[in-house]
Ligand binder design. Structure first.
Ligand code: NAD
Length: 366
């Protein structure tokens, strides 16, 4: 052993970046475990956060992203894992939330990294089930599943069409929102604007057209978006014009953080309801929408379809049908909107408080 180096390591621990207080954050937010993963061979640097296993295993995909800092990666991991717990609790899934984030790097041996993570997940013996997320595609899932069975795959070996399951949940949420405001849903008189025509947005558009709604959509990949619109027969608009179109429902199905001071001013919709994660730039933007009379349905309730599919596939060895997903999400939205109306509290705050109180019951804290 290099004694000098050993001594230096013992004396100088100030290589740890200041300002990351993992244990504080964990106890404040009720996390069970946060694991740092480093693999010298592949260059993998990853974090796994297990938020809750009080009712069953924790579910959460792997996000591979070029984070600006380790702190940003940690915060994303914790935030996403906690949101997965909320999704599970509100959708009645006997399991909780987790997340893994891989700090992407041009030098990363991607296959080696996923294989290493797969071994880690296998070693957790079913306490953590993982799956797709941004940066983790079908090939990555194949590498993972070569090392562990605790992974949700997207192909024929998995629980079927995950994007379709998510779109079904978003559709059910939109239906519940419209019924709440109008008493009944007359699809032929309703206009829905979809931002993002990828896996989920295109399937949501297809479902809405099927029931007779008017759909308008956009995508920053205009070739792809125009092709989807042509195939399904709806109007495609230039990206960034969609936010100010007068409509009944604005459905974000692209990226998060799109609702903030500027965009909320421009919105001309009665309802915001879509699948994109974390659409509010900050929580107070949900209050702002509420104050302006726009019904904002929380993304973590509406986009639980794929999670429901994956969880029941692993826990009960069955594929939850789309109708089952719609029923679960629609009844969750109904409950949230009923409480929101009677208490005058924005739906996203009601959803968080229902999730927190059910979680406390699960954990025996209530
Ligand atoms: P995707 O990558 O297949 O599609 C996203 C689409 O949005 C792409 O076509 C992209 O070009 C477009 N886009 C990006 N920025 C845009 C912008 N500013 N304006 C217009 N279009 C833009 O992703 P997806 O699987 O369809 O997921 C959509 C959203 O739903 C994401 O936020 C995702 O995290 C969330 N979500 C997806 C699932 C699922 O089952 N796929 C589950 C839960 C949540």
């Amino acid at each position: 052993m290099d004694l000098a180096l050993g001594e230096r390591r013992l004396e100088k621990v100030d290589w740890l970046p200041m300002g990351i207080h993992i244990l504080d954050a964990m106890s404040r937010e009720g996390f069970e475990e946060v694991i740092g993963v480093h693999d010298r061979k592949s260059g993998l640097r990853a974090l796994i956060a297990i938020h809750d296993t009080s009712a069953g295993p924790a579910f959460g995909g792997i996000r591979r992203w070029s984070y600006l800092s380790e702190r940003a990666a940690l915060m994303d991991c914790l935030r996403l894992a906690r949101a997965m717990t909320y999704k599970c609790v509100l959708a009645g899934i006997p399991g909780g939330g987790a997340k893994a984030v891989v700090l992407d790097d041009p030098a990363l041996d991607i296959e080696g990294a996923y294989r290493h993570l797969g071994k880690m997940v296998e070693g957790m013996n079913g306490r953590f089930y993982t799956g797709p997320d941004v940066g983790t595609d079908g090939t990555a899932l194949d590498w993972l599943s070569a090392e562990t069975s605790y992974v949700t795959r997207t192909g024929p070996e998995g629980p079927g069409d995950l994007g379709g399951a998510t779109a079904a949940g978003a559709f059910a949420g939109i239906r519940a929102g419209l019924r709440h405001i109008d008493g009944e849903v007359d699809w032929s008189a309703r206009k829905i604007v979809i931002q993002g025509l990828g896996e989920v947005g295109a399937k949501l558009a297809s479902r809405l057209i099927e029931v007779g709604a008017t759909v308008v959509g956009t995508d920053i990949d205009t070739d792809h978006g125009e092709a989807v619109a042509r195939r399904l027969g709806f109007e495609f608009v230039e990206p960034s014009t969609e936010i100010q179109i007068e409509c009944d429902v604005f459905a974000p199905c692209a990226l998060g953080g799109i609702l903030h001071d500027v965009t909320i001013e421009r919105l001309r919709t009665r309802i915001v309801a879509g699948a994109a994660n974390n659409v509010l730039a900050k929580n107070h933007h949900g209050d702002m929408l509420h104050g302006r009379g726009v019904l904002y349905l929380p993304d973590f309730v509406l986009n639980a379809g794929a999670l429901i599919r994956g969880a029941f596939f692993h826990l009960e060895n069955r594929i939850e049908p789309l109708e089952g997903i719609e029923t679960r999400i629609e009844s969750a939205v109904d409950e949230i909107l009923t409480c929101s109306q009677s208490d005058g509290i924005p739906p996203f705050r009601v959803a968080i408080s229902i999730a927190e109180s059910r979680l406390a019951q699960r954990r025996g804290d209530a």
